[in-house]
Design a protein around this ligand. Structure first.
Ligand code: HEC
Ligand code: HEC
Length: 316
């Protein structure tokens, strides 16, 4: 019922909770001469001797009897509460209540309530889901809640976070690939070449890489860069630089950049490498949610296929 590393803290908390109530009762007991006593006639007996404004004296009358009873009742309530509910360290309380159970129950109830909504999509293909207006609304809400902080609310990404709406993928880009990426995450690793390639040679390679996308490049240095690219880079990015989706090695010839197209950024990628992680959402989202969300993401860059999918047949 608690996550303390050892038993001590459970007893510590129980001692403070019980000790507090015992202290309150003891305090009342030490002041017992007040209990039930009526204010003295003329009220001067309990005078504290403090006088303000010449004739304003402070009395020391007992608290009203109802106040005393209320005080004791509250102490009794506190004890009763700690007996029934979990509040005394390791003691679970006689009622066995746990807020974790309550969350689990309410989540199970919610899952049951939304089940019929997702059932509608169980028999649909991803293109059909991507074309369904209600599924699209759900997909977009899931995206805004879980993905927008990294990929942007328009899914267009930013440096190191891929654009999901441009039809250009690190991997296969199929609905299955997207769903798998969501549930298992991704780890994109480009090795660092610092020890093998010196900065001058890295610049030459970067200029050759830029030329693959038709960007401004010094033709002389390109000539030095090209053979080095074939030696060090072609294994993953392909001899033509068009990438390899199986390795997650991006196409370097399409002028779509994860880290930017400047020579400095490419040199940094070559020398330092890149280590880029997408967290796994399998533990967070249900399978149904991942199906809908994946189809929505796929639909962002497959707008024609998504709108051409026959949805009427799949309606309930
Ligand atoms: C913490 C930041 C972060 C969050 C949150 C995040 N992603 Fe990602 N995502 C990344 C990074 C970083 C990559 C690139 C990984 C790589 O370089 O291989 C990526 C890659 C992807 C890819 C593969 C893109 C490609 O071109 O192949 C997809 C699809 C994707 N994310 C979808 C999602 C969806 C859907 C969500 C919401 C459930 C999400 N991501 C949430 C950081 C994030
Ligand atoms: C072991 C395979 C491998 C080798 C070898 C390799 N790369 Fe990469 N490279 C990758 C992967 C994987 C990524 C994607 C990293 C990510 O997802 O963040 C990448 C990313 C890049 C990027 C970033 C692209 C962008 O869109 O911003 C550039 C540029 C790049 N590599 C250039 C090179 C060059 C130049 C070489 C040769 C010196 C090279 N790579 C060698 C696997 C490799």
């Amino acid at each position: 019922m608690n996550d303390f590393v050892n038993g001590f803290w459970g007893y510590f908390i129980a001692a403070i909770a019980l000790g507090g109530i015992v202290w309150c009762v003891w305090l009342l007991y030490t002041q017992r001469r007040w209990l039930g006593a009526k204010p003295a006639a003329g009220a001067q007996a309990g005078d504290t001797g403090h006088v303000w404004d010449e004739d304003l004296t402070e009395l020391n009358n007992p608290v009203p009897r109802w106040w005393t009873w209320m005080y004791l009742l509250l102490c009794a309530f506190g004890l009763g509460y700690l007996l029934l509910m979990p509040g005394l360290g390791h003691f679970a309380g006689l009622l066995g209540y746990s807020s974790a159970d309550e969350v689990a129950r309410s989540q199970a109830g919610l899952a049951q309530a939304v089940q019929p909504v997702y059932e509608r999509y169980a028999a649909m293909t991803p293109p059909q889901i991507a074309a369904d207006p209600q599924a699209r609304e759900i997909g977009q809400r899931l995206f805004l809640a879980n993905c927008a902080q990294c990929h942007g609310s328009d899914a267009k990404g930013s440096p190191s976070f891929p654009n999901l709406a441009d039809g250009d993928w690190l991997g296969a880009g199929t609905p299955e690939y997207i769903a798998q990426t969501i549930s298992q995450g991704r780890h994109g690793v480009m090795p660092a070449w610092k020890g093998t390639i010196d900065p001058k040679a890295a610049s030459d390679i970067a200029i050759y890489v830029r030329s693959l996308s038709g960007l401004a490049a010094d033709p002389v240095r390109m000539v030095f860069g090209k053979p080095a690219f074939q030696t060090y880079c072609a294994a993953c990015h392909g001899a033509d630089g068009k990438g390899n989706p199986l390795l997650g090695a991006p196409n370097l010839a399409d002028n779509v950049w994860l880290y930017g197209s400047s020579e400095a950024s490419i040199v940094r990628t070559i020398l330092e490498g890149r280590d880029n992680r997408m967290p796994a959402f399998g533990p967070v989202l249900s399978e149904d949610q991942i199906r809908l969300l994946g189809a929505w993401v796929w639909g962002l860059s497959n707008t024609q296929a998504a709108s051409a999918a026959p949805v009427a047949a799949a309606k309930p």
